[in-house]
Write a protein that binds this ligand. Sequence first.
Ligand code: NDP
Length: 325
Amino acid sequence: MQALVLEQHEGKTQAAVKALDSAALPAGNVTVDVSWSGINYKDALAITGKGKIIRQFPMVPGIDFAGTIHHSEDPRFHVGQSVLLTGWGVGESHWGGLAQQARVNGDWLVPMPEGLDARKAMIIGTAGLTAMLCVMALEDGGLTPASGEVLVTGASGGVGSTAVTLLSALGYRVAAVSGRESTHSLLKQLGATTLLSRDEFTQETRPLEKQQWAGAIDTVGDKVLASVLARINYSGVVAACGLAGGFALPTTVMPFILRNVRLQGVDSVSVTTARRIEAWKRLVKTLPASFYQQVTREVPLTGAIEAAQKLLRNENTGRTLVKIA
Ligand code: NDP
């Protein structure tokens, strides 16, 4: 089988597509023939070695994949069944989806939701699942479309573009923050009603600024998240899932203790299976058919390394799919 393999030489990560024997696959009770995977931010960090994502080498990256069951010792899955996987440390500490086969623990698999196929599932991918989990976090915090406009940062990325689309489809007014003017027409097509420059969020922020948004989905962190928190309405909710701009959070307690603002962290790696299944159902129901054309570009397995480099240079928008079979 062909796989993207990461090795480390003299402290540097080297990535190359290689032929591997399936016998080398890690332990697991289900083997999947992978047809589609994708390049998420974490994959890009792993493949380029720019983030300490991988601790054991050699590693096959790919934190998500979709395909069909090749062999199963788990009674819940049968040969030929269509499945998807996101998270659980796959592509980080267990060989992942950027390969023709993956052997995993059946507990990590999700049966393909009705209404999706492998390609569509990976257009959504970890990024889209995370966007839905963020929307659900806002709803858990009491937000409704009547609460007011919702802000999305890193709006043109995988998580951001799906978040804009979902919020708009659910009837929210959406303000999209992007560092690139070239993304504005895509963001408008996805449903953003207000477009804002990232520069507005990287200036020095006072602990409290003018209240502007009922809620926010933040994929960026650092100064941008601090600036968002200072501008959220009284009793607003912020779902924070990313660190594309950095992992620091230079803020104060003021938004929380004077404006009743709620900051909800969102993790997609270890979220319960029940919540994943609920999120996938809602993604299928909510995303318009046009979404699957608007946010996607495809590369072969041999194009994954370049796609990862481009993602970290912030040259991609939406989702990059990797066609495996
Ligand atoms: P993408 O690269 O597709 O999107 C990130 C976006 O952030 C870019 O498109 C860009 O948007 C913006 N951005 C990029 N660099 C910077 C920067 N230096 N400062 C500020 N903004 C920047 O990544 P994903 O959408 O896949 O992931 C986004 C974040 O969410 C990542 O940090 C990722 O690790 C995290 N994540 C977390 C998950 C979880 O379970 N918590 C799951 C999935 C992702 P624009 O050009 O429009 O400004």
